[in-house]
Design a protein around this ligand. Structure first.
Ligand code: FES
Length: 312
């Protein structure tokens, strides 16, 4: 295994932009006046990387320095500062995992665990078959959909261990990357679905259990209606849980909390009695979203449509 951070040992003797990339490079350079051409260094590094199969060889650094009238070390300083520039070959799929605070709090560790389990690599490593490289990066600006990973040019968001493992399996099978939110929400809409000015959202308050990932403890402490607790399963039937986060108002964290109380399938939710709904609402501090988003009808429809047992 190798990492992309260090310059490759094997380097080509020379580099020059080809026709298509050369024209794009000239367009980038033309954006800046004489004496300020160094401003084009990042676009040229990116073009060199795309032309050269995902990494920038030393010869390209020298070529760009000459074209922009920069010292080679200045170009190298830029290339080594930005994690998006690779100085050694990377896998077909470059997994750039955000490890900055919002993504870390929301479960970046689970994303790394999924990569380790599915692909067998950690940060700075490339799989032996050359398919995957894993790199830990700083904030990629998609914190509201944390945790997230950039796979080549696309973002994959709202990740859990389970859904990112599924993404990796899809890539290994040659399927297209399912870019975007893996929790079914559009863009950066709130997890509970879009609101209007006429909706009154539940009051916001700091909830350490929610922030520090301890909703299961909250569930364990919710004894009030022990007889209202819905029937629990020891694990998902057939080893595969339904994608509960497809329900409007149910995000990855709540999905994980439901697993913690033995709920894995749409038909379980569809069968909740009013008392059981109240128990789940109180135990997981859902603020009434079961009723507001009508999970029962949603779950019944998905179960009837055959979306259960992990189906689409
Ligand atoms: S912290 Fe991960 S995208 Fe911002």
């Amino acid at each position: 295994m190798s990492g992309p951070a260090q310059a490759a040992v094997e380097q080509p003797d020379s580099f020059a932009f080809d026709g298509e990339h050369g024209r794009a490079a000239e367009r980038a350079i033309a954006c800046y006046p004489e004496g300020r051409l160094a401003s084009a260094v990042l676009p040229l590094l990116d073009l060199a990387q795309r032309q050269h199969g995902g990494w920038v060889p030393r010869a390209a650094i020298e070529h760009i320095a000459g074209r922009l009238g920069m010292a080679k070390i200045r170009v190298m300083e830029v290339a080594t500062f930005y994690t998006m520039i690779n100085l050694a070959p990377v896998g077909t799929f470059h997994l750039q995992v955000c490890g900055t605070t919002p993504c870390m709090i929301r479960g970046a560790g689970e994303v790394f665990r999924a990569i380790r389990d599915e692909v067998g690599i950690g940060p700075g490593e490339t799989s032996d078959d050359g398919q995957f490289t894993c790199t830990e990066v700083e904030c990629l600006g998609a914190c509201v959909n944390a945790p997230m990973v950039q796979v080549n040019d696309d973002f994959v968001e709202d990740l859990t261990y389970e859904n990112f493992a599924a993404v990796l399996r899809a890539l290994k099978n040659g399927d297209d990357l399912p870019a975007g939110s893996q929790a079914g929400r559009r863009s950066s809409e709130p997890e509970g679905g879009a609101l209007t000015l006429l909706d009154v959202p539940p009051p916001m308050r700091f909830d350490p259990a929610a922030v520090y990932g301890d909703p299961l403890a909250a569930a364990a402490e919710a004894p009030a209606a022990a007889d209202g607790r819905p029937p629990a399963l020891d694990g998902p039937r057939g080893g595969k849980a339904d994608a509960l986060a497809r329900l409007k108002g149910l995000g990855p964290k709540i999905e994980s909390a439901l697993h913690g109380i033995g709920v894995y399938h749409f038909d379980q939710i569809a069968a909740w009695t009013p008392g059981e709904r109240q128990w789940v609402n109180d135990a997981l501090k859902l603020g009434g979203r079961i009723e507001r988003d009508d999970w029962i009808a949603q779950a019944a429809a998905l179960a009837a449509a055959g979306a259960g047992e992990g189906g689409a």
